[in-house]
Design a protein around this ligand. Sequence first.
Ligand code: NAD
Ligand code: DAU
Length: 349
Amino acid sequence: MANILITGGAGFIGSHLTRLFVNKYPQYQIVNLDKLTYAGNLENLKDIENAPNYTFVKGDICDEQLLQSLFEKYQFTSILHCAAESHVDRSITDPLSFVRTNVIGTVTLLQVAKEFWKNNMDGKLFYHISTDEVYGSLGETGFFVEDTAYDPRSPYSASKASSDHFVRAYHHTYKLPIKISNCSNNYGPFHFPEKLIPLCIHNIINNKPLPIYGKGENVRDWLFVEDHVSAIDTIFHNGKIGETYNIGGHNEWTNIALVKELCKQMDAKLNREPGTNEKLLTYVTDRAGHDMRYAIDATKLKEELGWMPSLQFEEGLSKTIDWYLANTEWLTNVTSGAYQKYYEGMYGA
Ligand code: NAD
Ligand code: DAU
């Protein structure tokens, strides 16, 4: 038995993680606490909403009283902390929202967990889901390992780095049992279409320009979201307390090569002439402070816990495109209203 609080379970990664835990571990009681910001969507969890071991609570991780009442009611034994503001571009225009949720929200959660668990930390776990962006930006060679020095360069990555530091500080100071994982770029179903891959899928479907920042030479290391949550499952159950694990798939792509691969696959899937979608490629002003390259070395996770990614990128991308083509209603719902305003502010019409 375990009573697990998942925060941010209605978002992209959180919804995959919640689904995995609810279905795979019927003996666990799962409470999903999510504020339902623009990025949180209960449609992502329709298939499990009535599961007997699942409860949804709408609320903010910065709300200390709410957290206390949830701890009282559900007597949590573990926390899987996913809730965050997650989009780098939004952090450039509105850094304080990132400080509020990612830093203050995380510390509020740590504080409440520490108070509830202080008399008996046995069997408890605060698992913090973090990002490779805390390590900064790589040149053409090298990889991020677990003890690469932190060098965050965007308000988003600075807020995540700060939250990682607080999680470790609670371990060292108060002996709070923690684990942290830092993962590379995820892709897959339910990814909000402000991020590169779903944004381009959405625009190809609608014959809209594909905005490529700068020269498109920046490199990201892409991992299918179901592989990320399987790694979290492995670390949650078998990882060592106090440790950090890097998660990645050794799958580096320049943005331009990736978007061209997407164009090619979608020409075929939409019965368009080869080369049709590439005509939508549009070079736009670069992201301020755009990190050049991220690449994860996940050797520790492989050697200590035996985890490996299961999917090749072309296959994962094909599955992802198929999901979006079969779920155009989901896309329409999340791209209406407030998101439309954000999009016009970022890219014009
Ligand atoms: P997301 O933006 O899709 O989802 C975030 C979720 O958190 C949403 O459901 C939102 O409603 C909720 N939320 C935001 N503020 C909240 C608050 N104050 N209280 C309660 N809920 C709140 O994000 P994601 O891409 O699923 O990322 C999840 C986590 O994984 C984040 O911590 C992120 O830093 C990390 N991460 C993401 C990636 C990636 O490629 N997406 C890679 C590595 C790590
Ligand atoms: O590395 C992990 C991180 O990956 C996570 O921590 C973040 O939450 C997640 O958003 C992601 O950050 P990125 O900034 O790498 O992802 P994004 O999809 O926004 O951008 C991927 C690359 O594509 C990046 O180099 C910027 C570029 N880009 C992005 C957009 C939205 C474009 O060229 N055009 C675009 O319109």
